[in-house]
Design a binder for this molecule. Structure first.
Ligand code: HEM
Length: 199
């Protein structure tokens, strides 16, 4: 009796699995998504393996001065400049993701995000051309679930990377950060270095 139950269980499991695969392979959209996932996994893990070969550790770039920027200014930080710095924006905030070069650097799986506002891509889990706009994107057509997803990404970036400033809406003026703690501590550092040199 137990044998028959085991047998019917495994037959059921087998047919569930078969159903899952036939469902997966029957829709072109599912196939395309599967392809995208496979490609990204390949890029992430093969890229990682290639970089594991012994290489001199690159010095970290100095922290960028806190500043708000326009979409146009953001575009300059796509990792292809002489400094190789990479910024991206999510939910109106600009982050320095240079540390995540293997993701966002040229040829990386998320290289399209470099120097761009990645909010719509992150909200819609898509990387087609239409999610990267040339004009400021106010995201007003996104659903509350999509906006929630962007906020979660923003939190993740806040934990992992340096915050640079706000992404400016057209006509918006950048804030003056010279009186903020960050700026003060930079000034203190510079001052003590000059004093040391003078000694
Ligand atoms: C569907 C297939 C996908 C797979 C299998 C996949 C896989 C992964 C994996 C494994 C990581 C972590 C890598 C690590 O920490 O070592 C990662 C990170 C990430 N993924 Fe994906 N991903 C997929 C799709 C997407 C899409 C569609 C987007 C956005 C539109 C996206 C955006 C990101 C971002 C922003 C990171 C974080 C990189 C960082 O830590 O800075 N992924 N992905």
């Amino acid at each position: 009796m137990a044998d028959t139950d085991d047998q019917s269980d495994s037959t059921q499991n087998g047919s569930l699995l078969a159903n899952f695969f036939s469902e997966l392979l029957s829709s072109p959209l599912n196939l395309a998504l599967l392809g995208v996932c496979g490609f990204l996994l390949y890029k992430i893990f093969i890229g990682q393996k290639k970089q594991e070969a012994p290489r001199p550790k690159e010095p970290e770039l100095p922290k960028l001065k806190k500043q708000d920027m326009t979409l146009e200014q953001l575009r300059e930080y796509d990792g292809k400049g002489p400094e190789g710095r990479i910024l991206l924006a999510a939910n109106g905030k600009v982050f320095d993701v240079t540390r995540g070069k293997r993701f966002y650097g040229p040829g990386g799986p998320y290289g399209l995000f470099a120097g761009r506002d990645a909010s719509r891509a992150l909200a819609t889990f898509s990387m087609t051309d239409d999610v990267f706009r040339m004009e400021y994107d106010d995201l007003s057509d996104l659903s509350s679930m999509q906006m929630e997803s962007v906020r979660e990404w923003e939190m993740q970036f806040t934990e992992k990377y340096d915050y640079v400033g706000r992404l400016l809406k057209p006509g918006e003026q950048p804030r003056d950060y010279t009186d903020t703690e960050d700026e003060q501590s930079e000034e203190m550092k510079e001052k003590s270095e000059t004093e040391k040199k003078e000694d």
